[in-house]
Design a protein around this ligand. Structure first.
Ligand SMILES: Cc1cc2nc3c(=O)[nH]c(=O)nc-3n(C[C@H](O)[C@H](O)[C@H](O)COP(=O)(O)OP(=O)(O)OC[C@H]3O[C@@H](n4cnc5c(N)ncnc54)[C@H](O)[C@@H]3O)c2cc1C
Length: 434
């Protein structure tokens, strides 16, 4: 069997590991265009702040990769000829396949304003973007960050830690309004203010000003101009669908796959940020931009490419992140609606987080340590844990295992409920009964 994987991200590497766990002799080829190969994209945020060295971002050593015994082709796939089972690369070379995995990820939505092509207007998709940001960040100079979700704040924190003054532009009246509740948004905004970030609400960019080809300022629709030396944007991402479109694979917002991660062509699979997969909780096909699901999907796709019939069961999305320095865990479904700062989803984000059905809220803590639970008829649908993380593991289990919380449901919903204590006791009892 001749397996070909396009994309050297976590989904692609997990697929190779899964293939090799079954088939030691088949030919495996990885085609990837990223000069840095396989590294932790979530780790880029910590590389920007200087907390991690770039060498710490590689989850697999050269020796680990060598043991997987695959051929690496550095290049960009420009076309898939499904009839001939052939990939065409930008350099005109070709690679043939029996089973193909498309794991090409997602890319930043472009900033669609005049001046966006100026030097110093930057995004954060790849290691090379992070290196460019570090090269252009200058102590004492000014940056403007635009966008929403986790990546925008990672840009803010990264630029701050490099000694830049930061203006953060929000189109609406609060941060990440369709995932966080108002209290949570205010906690994050307050912390940003304390770090010295200047927040601008209802701020819409009209154009970027340039000087000698470099960005020099941001013109807002309210007539204000902010002088700056760098603009960083994170307004959402979109799956890279060009290959699927050209080869007529079924797509919606991502490449549509069945529970085996197979596209409408049985020889072609898709996994990771590019794939749109069925969410059994909502019955809808959704996009995630999360490391763990990408790895799990790559693994399942790899097993199935090598002959297994393993279904992918999407669990409630889970992310532990930092929002303005505050550790925050987001689990399951926690909000709804639209956020004007984002087009679609952001990095480290899931559409599932915003599919809230009828539910009630139990919450506790209004300052740094805050816990919000979304309470369904018999189970928890989602949770946000800010600050103290003692309950994030139990909550992840309670939600993903769909545990029956009827014994504590009413108490959880009382106005002065001791939500943390109730969850701790419930979890301890559940452990004893196992
Ligand atoms: C700054 C940042 C912060 C993040 N934060 C979090 C977080 O907090 N938590 C979390 O869970 N997730 C986070 N993520 C998201 C997570 O990293 C992704 O969900 C995950 O990396 C997706 O893996 P993937 O293999 O699908 O795609 P990718 O990692 O994007 O890999 C795809 C690869 O395919 C290559 N490629 C694309 N087109 C072609 C082509 N035509 N030919 C050859 N190669 C091609 C790309 O260059 C890339 O190397 C973050 C991502 C970023 C960038």
């Amino acid at each position: 069997m001749n397996y070909v994987i396009v994309g050297s991200g976590v989904a692609g590497i997990a697929a190779i590991e899964a293939i090799r766990s079954i088939d030691a002799v088949g030919e495996v080829t990885l085609v990837g265009d990223d000069p840095y190969g396989f590294y932790s994209r979530p780790g880029l945020a910590y590389y920007l702040t200087g907390e991690l060295h770039d060498k710490a971002l590689f989850p697999r050593s050269a020796e680990d990769l060598r043991k997987l015994n695959f051929r690496y082709v550095r290049g960009k796939v420009s076309n898939i000829s499904r009839a001939e089972h052939l990939l065409e690369l930008n350099d005109q070379s070709t690679v043939s396949y029996d089973r193909l995995l498309i794991a090409v990820g997602a890319q930043a939505m472009p900033l669609d304003v005049p001046g966006a092509e100026l030097e110093g207007v930057l995004k954060l998709d790849h290691m090379s973007d992070a290196k460019l940001i570090l090269k252009q960040a200058r102590r004492g100079k000014t940056a403007v960050v635009v966008g929403g979700g986790i990546t925008a704040l990672e840009l803010v924190e990264g630029l701050l830690s490099r000694g830049m003054k930061v203006h953060y532009l929000l189109r609406g009246d609060r941060y990440w309004s369709n995932v966080l509740d108002e209290q949570e948004s205010r906690i994050v905004e307050h912390r940003l203010g304390e770090e010295g970030v200047t927040l601008h609400y209802h701020a819409e960019i009209m154009a970027l000003n340039g000087l000698n080809g470099s960005v020099d300022g941001v013109r807002l629709q309210n007539g204000q101009t902010l002088k700056c030396n760098l603009v960083a944007y994170a307004i959402g991402i979109r799956p890279r669908l060009e290959l699927a479109k050209k080869s007529d694979l079924a797509i919606d917002r991502g490449i549509l796959v069945n529970e085996y991660l197979q596209t409408n062509d049985p020889h072609i699979y898709a996994a990771g940020d590019v794939a749109q997969v069925l969410d059994p909780m909502s019955g809808r096909s959704i996009l995630d931009s999360l490391w763990a699901p990408a790895r799990q999907q790559g693994h399942t796709a790899g097993l199935n490419m090598a002959g297994r019939t393993t279904g992918y069961i999407k669990s409630p999305p889970f992310n532990v992140t930092r929002l303005a320095g505050l550790t925050t865990t987001i689990i399951g479904t926690v909000g709804r609606g639209r956020d004007d700062d984002l087009v679609g989803i952001a990095r480290g984000d899931s559409e599932t987080w915003r599919q809230l059905p009828d539910s009630m809220v139990a919450q506790t803590g209004f300052e740094v340590n805050r816990l919000r639970l979304l309470v369904g008829e018999k189970n928890l649908l989602g949770a946000i844990v800010m600050g103290d993380q003692n309950l994030s593991f139990p909550l992840e289990k309670i939600i993903s295992e769909n545990m029956d919380i009827s014994p504590i449901r009413e108490k959880l919903l009382l106005p002065a409920a001791k939500v943390s204590d109730l969850i701790s006791e419930f979890w301890a009892r559940a452990q004893q009964q196992r």
